[in-house]
Design a binder for this molecule. Structure first.
Ligand code: MFK
Ligand code: FAD
Length: 509
């Protein structure tokens, strides 16, 4: 075999290796908060390198499995996850990856920025434990926004457990929306029925087609209430939102059968199940018929998490490829000394930076909005930017990470290097939490709010360009795109009016 071994890329502290992250935090945070957070991120970065990255790798190698029956034929639905997966979830609680976002002792903007920065560093090493974290964050946000925290016993207990920093006591949440008939068209596809048992308690009957992180403690789900005559309202207006425990305190499933675990292209660390709900007891948490609007609170949070995961994957592959380029010799020179190779890395860097700045803009807007420091304009911008960053970063990370894999040549294709899973796991980000086209339709939905989001968007872009001293250079391009969007907005307005009045109109989008 000869004495030569190919050099492996080295993972460095992802915070200290990322000057852009540091610069953005310095720009957005008050000095004292920056100093505190910077210290926390630096320590966390060390922990990622020395401990977490290997746990994530082991979670990929020791995938979850389901034993539906015991040796005697009893239905047991025993989900087996590896100890590293459980440890990663504990670390999420200990590090406050979700609770930081809700820590009322900290300024609202600061807490969301710190949380997003930590998730961004954590994500590529997290063995997909970021998935239950995203849904946990979304569940807290939903229950709080619906005014249930402190007013509703089960929701209050749930939120308290979801924000716990005690790894042994902390709960996580699932998000069960997708059914066989439709994941994009949730209302058209939902065949789960809710039969009232007493007051706010219902029994749910249906089949949930994709349910990730099924080792969670609670889930938010949608179902159609059936009245005493057995009738249910079809469509969006028939769907209500329910909160349920997945298992009771004795570990028995709550009227749920885990039919099978999905055999997926990637996200193999993550147990994603098909579930039969056969009388699962659940409490209604939205007004009847307001389920989609209710769970949209969750979607808007999980979509930001999805964007973080997309950009973090891009950043990780660039960091590794850049490091490798200083070790691998090709045609007598280091890769880094070949202009063609550095041009490839530079192109990837530019794309990643653009997406990175968009996630921090959404984190800033989220923090401003939640802490009431923001205006109604900030809320409208957040509503617009969330689907844009999800669809754009989710889509772009796949070709970018594929390019990054190529930077390692054949080694990028070899499983033992751990590199292929970065690409496999990227492919889910444009699909789940709404596909690219569905998200682009959500951008149009955001246009129909009270605020003129197109003007707000360009006002913000102009502010950013002014800060960077770039207004005159880009003025014409920006004006052209803004005009195009305004025309689209006006045509959509006309189409909405026409739809309401029953006449037709052609939208040239
Ligand atoms: C590492 C990161 C990991 C991330 C976690 C991954 C694990 C979970 C993986 C999953 O994939 S969970 C399932 C995700 N499913 C989706 O994302 C569904 C995609 N489809 C959509 O988003 C559709 O647009 C939607 C289901 C919402 C369309 O349904 P409808 O019934 O046609 O909605 P409609 O009638 O337009 O809107 C109903 C209400 O919801 C309206 O409010 P009002 O009644 O008050 O007017 C809408 O304004 C509101 N709404 C819809 N989308 C909204 C929203 N409000 C705010 N934000 C939104 N995004
Ligand atoms: P479809 O809705 O059938 O979409 C198929 C294609 O049609 C897409 O290209 C889409 O863009 C296009 N399309 C749909 N509607 C339109 C339209 N109006 N205009 C133009 N094009 C359109 N769901 C959960 O609820 N909980 C989970 O925990 C969960 N975990 C998941 C884990 C993984 C690994 C995966 C892959 C999926 C998971 N999902 C989960 C499901 C996921 O959210 C859906 O797969 C996704 O929303 C798409 O829905 P669908 O599969 O029904 O595709």
């Amino acid at each position: 075999t000869g004495g030569f071994a190919q050099p492996a890329p080295v993972l460095r502290n992802p915070y200290r290796d990322d000057p852009l992250l540091d610069r953005v935090l310095k720009r957005l945070l008050p000095r004292a908060d920056y100093d505190k957070i910077s210290h926390d991120l630096s320590k966390f970065g060390d922990r990622i390198v020395s401990e977490i990255d290997e746990l994530g790798r082991q979670a990929e190698l020791n995938q979850p499995r389901l034993e539906p029956y015991d040796a005697w034929g009893n239905r047991v639905d025993n989900l087996i996850v590896c100890k590293e997966w459980n440890r990663l979830k504990e670390i999420c609680a200990e590090e406050g990856l979700i609770s930081i976002g809700y820590d009322e002792k900290v300024d609202g903007l600061t807490r969301r920025l710190q949380q997003v920065a930590k998730l961004y560093l954590f994500s590529p090493s997290a063995g997909l434990s970021t998935c239950p974290m995203a849904m946990t964050d979304g569940c807290i946000k939903t229950l709080k926004t619906l005014g249930l925290y402190d007013n509703h016993r089960f929701s209050t207990e749930t939120v308290n457990r979801l924000v716990s920093r005690d790894g042994k006591k902390a709960w996580t949440s699932g998000q069960w929306m997708t059914e066989k008939k439709g994941g994009s068209d949730v209302a058209g596809g939902c065949d789960t029925y809710a039969v009232q048992e007493k007051e706010n308690f219902y029994r749910l009957y249906g089949y949930k087609w994709f349910s990730s992180a099924i080792d969670a403690d609670v889930a938010l789900t949608l179902a159609r209430i059936v009245d005493k005559q057995g009738n249910a309202v079809e469509g969006t207006r028939g769907l209500s939102l329910f909160l349920l425990r997945i298992k009771d305190d004795n570990g028995h499933l709550n009227g749920i059968q885990m039919i099978k675990l999905k055999n997926k292209l990637g996200t193999k660390q993550l147990p994603t199940a098909e579930l039969l709900l056969d009388g699962a007891q659940a409490e209604i948490v939205s007004d009847p018929g307001r389920g989609v609007a209710g769970i949209a609170n969750m979607l808007n949070i999980t979509r930001i998490h999805n964007s973080i995961a997309s950009v973090a994957g891009m950043r990780r592959i660039i960091s590794l490829a850049r490091d490798y380029s200083t070790r691998r010799t090709v045609f007598g020179r280091l890769q880094a000394d070949w202009p063609l190779h550095t041009a490839t890395l530079a192109k990837m860097e530019v794309e990643t930076r653009g997406c990175f700045l968009l996630i921090f803009e959404s984190a800033r807007l989220l923090g401003m909005t939640e802490s009431k420091q923001g205006t109604s304009e900030d809320s409208a911008l957040l509503r617009l930017v969330t689907p844009i960053v999800k669809l754009y970063a989710g889509k772009q990370c796949v070709p970018l990470i594929s390019e990054g894999i190529e930077c390692f040549g054949g080694q990028g294709y070899i499983e033992d290097t751990g590199l292929p899973s970065i690409l496999r796991d990227a492919q889910v980000t444009p699909i789940w939490e709404g596909t690219t086209n569905v998200l682009s339709l959500d951008v149009l939905r955001a246009f129909s709010g009270k605020e003129d989001v197109v003007s707000l968007f360009y006002k913000r872009i102009n502010e950013l360009l002014a800060n960077a001293g770039k207004v005159s250079e880009l003025k014409d391009v920006i004006a052209k795109v803004e005009n195009g969007l305004k025309q689209l907005q006006s045509q959509l307005g006309k189409a909405t009016q026409a739809a309401k009045s029953g006449s037709g109109v052609h939208v040239d989008a």
